[in-house]
Design a protein. Sequence first.
Length: 196
Amino acid sequence: MRTAEIIRKTAETDIVLKLCLDGSGKSEIDSGCGFLDHMLTLFSKHGRFDLVLECKGDTEVDYHHSAEDIGIALGSAFSQALSDMKGIKRYADIILPMDEALILEAVDVSGRCFLQYDVEIPTQKVGDFDTELVEEFFLGFTRKAGITLHIKMLSGKNSHHIIEGIFKAFGRIMCSACTIDEKYKDEIPSTKGMLV
């Protein structure tokens, strides 16, 4: 089983995270923000990842540090659980509808971090969550996971639907890209012999 446990403690957040890549989509999430809990639950379910997360953050300020640091911790967990990335499919993409919203995402689990985020969310908040923090979460994730990730909103009017589509699509492509291809399970999926 490909698993990881991350403990990350700063002056702004205290995070304990457990991840199993080869799970069934079970999750226990307490990020301190109900909307982010909902998004991470969707990510876990659609990615078939088992995820346990507790974050105690400086939410009296806002959710910025929590969202960013959870992205960092989750990205670190993926990097740890994937290890040398031997046998993974590496690439995945999807066009995912969420009611009127349509989201395109593509990933290369390459060892190289890059985020192309082409999303215009109509409102500044969903509930008490600042919608600009979606990008901050993914910046933290891509930097620590070492992935190339493209997120593009093709259409959408409802902020909740747009963000939900992003997290569902992310779960689906990460599941596919991290799946072991049995035909090549002992190979690194790169002509360089390593992913970096």
